[in-house]
Design a protein around this ligand. Structure first.
Ligand code: AMP
Length: 193
């Protein structure tokens, strides 16, 4: 079983993806996190990918697909994942089914208004000091989220996937309860551990 969590930066998608993985006993995977770890290990792919992410650009599909495939090959015994940050563009959308180890059960999209995103990111930048949270990179990531990643939601719907859209402005526990409510309402497969 696969749950994909999508949403603009600052929407809380990673927090929600982690909570879901914990509650339903699934494996959490964040592509952004894998990329940062590869760079910290001075892995060649990580070094190459960093050139893109520090500018707020998407890392090219060939690199991402390679990384995601390798990750699932390494964890071949696990089938249930909550995925944070993949797919993010039409190229990744096309290959996602051959890369994933099991069926996609739901796509959770966390929506957040532009002004709230900026407010949260400014706060987060002071705490986390991420390399890609300069003003320019934030602006570029938002542009991509809106123009490249957001349209995938319609593709998921057109292709018959179950899409759960939630408002990302309330407190994390409220958002989480809402997501769980929808998942459990519509997905008989999901049983909290
Ligand atoms: P995140 O930690 O999810 O905010 O991702 C950080 C950065 O990693 C993004 O801004 C992209 O540059 C890169 N990234 C993460 N996931 C992907 C993906 N699926 N495709 C391309 N680039 C990605």
């Amino acid at each position: 079983m696969i749950i994909i969590v999508m949403g603009p930066q600052g929407s809380g998608k990673s927090t929600q993806a982690r909570l879901l993985a914990e509650k339903y006993g699934m494996q959490f995977v964040s592509v952004g996190e894998i990329l940062r770890e590869l760079f910290e290990d001075q892995n060649q792919v990580g070094i190459e990918a960093r050139q893109y992410w520090i500018k707020g650009e998407l890392v090219p599909d060939d690199l991402i697909v390679k990384i995601v495939k390798e990750f699932f090959n390494k964890h071949a015994q696990e089938k249930d994942y909550v995925i944070d940050g993949f797919p993010r563009d039409p190229g990744e959308y096309v290959v996602m089914k051959e890369v994933f180890p099991s069926e996609i059960d739901a796509i959770v999209y966390i929506n957040l208004a532009h002004d709230l995103i900026i407010k949260r990111l400014k706060k987060r930048a002071q705490i986390e000091k991420r390399e890609d949270e300069t003003e320019e990179a934030i602006r570029r990531r938002l542009e991509i989220a809106q123009n490249v990643t957001f349209p995938l939601l319609q593709k998921f719907k057109d292709d018959g996937y179950r899409v759960i859209e939630v408002d990302g402005s309330p407190a994390p526990e409220i958002i989480f309860n809402e997501i769980c409510f929808h998942l459990e309402e519509t997905h008989t497969l999901i049983k909290p551990q």
